[in-house]
Design a protein around this ligand. Sequence first.
Ligand SMILES: [Zn+2]
Length: 55
Amino acid sequence: MSKLANCKNCKREIETKKRQCPYCGILNPTVTLKDIFIAMIIVLVVMGTVTYFIK
Ligand SMILES: [Zn+2]
């Protein structure tokens, strides 16, 4: 079973593994700026934590 997400452009439900929306044709339709932002925050927090415990 594959995960579903909404296309950021046309809001239709599509599989997250799809590289292109089958309805409106945009690339990486399930990757939003919010996802990228959250991923960056997680990376920063993890790096900060690791740096804190290493020294
Ligand atoms: Zn779409």
